[in-house]
Design a binder for this molecule. Structure first.
Ligand SMILES: [Zn+2]
Length: 437
């Protein structure tokens, strides 16, 4: 493969309903950061983009619980998350957010293009509706008894006790989390992306690209099993009031918003647009790569998303593999304007002291809390996470291991090495590094 002209590196958009923990850093951000820094050191033309994912039912649920608005929830967590990334030296060129107007425009334009290209079909189905709250219920707004393990508090999309993936209609005795009433089935229509029609195109692209670029075995394995099952149409709209509205000129779409997969990953593109808007106006203060942005224009984002000589690499955790390797490429491909990813090097999970990291059980090392206990020790944590990164299998963080690595590998080994080199430098070269010959 010939040398690419430039690189677009993305890292999964963190969901703005909670702070970041070590599993996030180890899962996607440190790996992406290392790769971006490595390419920059070689003088390559690189952009590294990310931002907060700020829509969806989980945020409205959290807002309701805390008696506040979704906007206040995402404002709060966006700033906490952004600060953690800055503190830990994740060298994004821009850290954006999906509630910005430029992102609404970009996502709605995607919907229009897909609609014009006849990539959707409208399917009518029955979904649960809360008659007291007068609204359709997102999967997470419905709780009931799990048909597999009898857990009485299973969600409409998943039972957290036995891990089964569910449909809301699978639940026994469903109830609405909004009003605690029994929801009724009511007919609604949604715009489905015709993934079935894209099966062959996606399969051909996937086989060729994953082979040429040596994709990780666990990524290929997951995608293969999805492709072998056959792709099915997937709804790209939702009945919700917190999200990006379907473009208003589309008949019959009042009250509908774009599904997260026609919203969040497009955030990579709108972040790039915003980056070059700011570069063209010489406003952006984030950049680690000033060189390649000289004489930037606001249309330069297109080179990073629509030119075949650009390599697009998505860094994500393993929970997002299918969406980044199948759903999002299918969306990009259907527009006939965008490049598809060259690689999706997903990491597996990092566990904590023998147990899965869990936000709801508060079993995590939160980054902002780590810095309260170890101020100024960002690199020690980065090092430990890098040395133990879950690249091909789940790995484990323990405080004992952290202590050993910091004291012996950084303190003794690296510290000793630096001390000896520095002593020799003073003894033989008057403390000046000699020219390399
Ligand atoms: Zn269950």
């Amino acid at each position: 493969m010939s040398e690419p002209k430039r690189y677009t590196i993305t890292a999964a958009l963190p969901y703005a309903n909670g702070p970041l923990h070590i599993g996030h850093l180890a899962g996607a951000y440190i790996a992406a950061d290392i790769y971006a820094r490595y390419l920059r050191l070689q003088g390559k033309d690189v952009i590294f983009v990310c931002g907060s994912d700020e829509h969806g039912a989980a945020i409205t649920i959290k807002a309701k619980k805390e008696n506040t608005t979704p906007k206040e929830i995402v404002d709060k967590y966006h700033s906490i998350i952004k600060k953690s990334f800055e503190d830990f030296g994740i060298s994004f060129d821009i850290y954006h957010r999906t509630t910005e107007p430029i992102h609404y425009e970009t996502s709605q334009d995607f919907f229009r293009v897909l609609n014009d290209k006849n990539a959707f079909e409208i399917i009518e189905s029955e979904q649960y509706f809360d008659e007291e709250a007068k609204q359709f219920l997102a999967d997470r707004y419905i709780i009931g008894t799990c048909p597999k393990c009898a857990n009485e508090n299973a969600y409409g999309d998943q039972c957290e006790k036995c891990g089964s993936s569910l449909n809301p209609t699978d639940l026994i005795n469903p109830r609405s989390t909004l009003t605690n009433s029994k929801p009724v089935l009511k007919s609604t229509k949604h715009w489905f992306l015709k993934l079935d029609e894209q099966q062959k195109g996606i399969e051909d692209w996937f086989d060729k690209t994953s082979k040429e670029n040596n994709w990780k075995a666990h990524v290929v394995g997951q995608c293969k099993s999805w492709l072998n099952d056959g792709l099915r149409p997937r709804a790209m709209t939702r009945d919700l009031n917190w999200g990006i509205p379907v473009p208003p000129e589309i008949a019959g779409a009042e009250g509908k918003v774009l599904y997260v997969w026609l919203d969040a990953p497009i955030g990579y593109i709108s972040a790039t647009k915003q980056l070059f808007l700011e570069k063209a106006n010489q406003q952006n203060i984030f950049s680690y790569n000033e060189r390649s942005f000289e004489n930037a224009t606001k249309d330069d984002w297109k080179k990073y998303w629509q030119d075949d000589e650009t390599q697009l690499i998505h860094f994500i955790g393993k929970d997002n593999i299918v969406f980044h390797c199948i759903t999002f490429p299918a969306i990009l491909k259907a527009t006939e304007q965008y490049i598809l990813p060259t690689n999706v090097p997903a990491n597996e999970f990092m566990n904590l002291e023998g147990d899965k990291i869990s936000t709801s059980r508060n079993w995590a090392v939160w980054l902002h809390e780590y810095l309260e206990d170890f101020p100024g020790r960002e690199d020690e944590l980065r090092y430990t996470l890098i040395a133990n990164m879950p690249e091909n299998r789940d790995s484990e963080f323990t405080w004992q291991d952290f202590q050993n690595r910091v004291n012996s590998e950084l303190g003794n080994n690296l510290g000793n090495f630096v001390k000896r080199v520095s002593d020799l430098l003073h003894k033989f070269y008057d403390g000046v590094v000699p020219e390399f010959k």
